[in-house]
Design a protein around this ligand. Structure first.
Ligand code: DX5
Ligand code: ZN
Length: 226
């Protein structure tokens, strides 16, 4: 699969969110990463389903909703109705991950499971075959603009090997501290969907920034496949 950038609106200007989304859509983005934070699972608070619903009216992008909330099972239906195309839940946020995965799939949308930097891959053993995407956090979730954690790189390599055997259609997404330099590292390791917040929206020209990150990732992926 071709590598892809999913811009994270967490770093966008919320006073002109629609315009910011249009900007990355026009620059060729296919997926929009939407971070939901509740002030409990992570220290920060972001947005809720109402904003997703408003954005749905102005964008055709694939909405990739990253739930960093406790009791995610309570809100799945609301985010699906608001327009999520894929919902990613944290394995650390629920006691019943298998049930939660089935709950999301039953709504006819894609499902992702996210692991914090220190959470081992073993927890995916009995659910991987059910997933469309695994999100490996490359920062501690909660804030944009943090530094990439390089210890996650061998985890991406290991997951990439497992996925080939168990569920080749499942995508590896990475999130946190992605810029042109780290995009090369994660692509080489096997990541296919790169979330980028600050490196896109805090750049002087977000469209060029997004294209440059994509180009760096593509170059690396090609040399990996050679
Ligand atoms: C962090 C969020 C990320 C965040 C990434 O908890 O899940 O999606 O927006 O931001 P950057 O790319 O700035 O590290
Ligand atoms: Zn995220």
């Amino acid at each position: 699969m071709a590598v892809m950038i999913a811009p994270s609106i967490l770093a966008a200007d919320f006073a002109k969110l629609g315009e910011e989304v249009r900007l990355v859509e026009n620059a060729g983005a296919k997926m929009l990463h939407i971070d939901i934070m509740d002030g409990h699972f992570v220290p920060n608070i972001s947005i809720g389903p109402g904003v997703v619903q408003s954005l749905r009216k102005v964008s055709k992008l694939e909405f990739d909703v990253h739930l960093m909330i406790e009791n995610p099972e309570r809100y799945i239906e609301e985010f699906a109705t608001a327009g999520a195309d894929i919902i990613t839940v944290h394995i650390e946020a629920t006691r019943h991950i298998y049930r939660l995965i089935q709950q999301i799939k039953a709504l006819g949308i894609k499902v992702g499971v996210s692991l914090n930097p220190a959470t081992p891959l073993d927890l995916l053993t009995y659910i991987l075959q059910e997933l469309d995407m695994v999100l490996l956090m490359t920062v501690n979730p909660g804030f944009g603009g943090q530094k990439f954690i390089p210890e996650v790189l061998p985890k991406i390599v290991a997951l990439s090997g497992i996925i080939k055997e168990v569920n080749p259609n499942c995508k590896i997404q990475v999130d946190g501290g992605i810029n042109t330099d780290t995009a090369r590292l994660v692509s080489r390791a096997g990541a296919e969907i790169l979330v980028a917040g600050a490196a896109v929206f805090a750049a002087p020209d977000p469209q060029t920034a997004m294209k440059e990150i994509l180009q760096a990732a593509e170059e690396e992926q090609q040399s990996r496949n050679r």
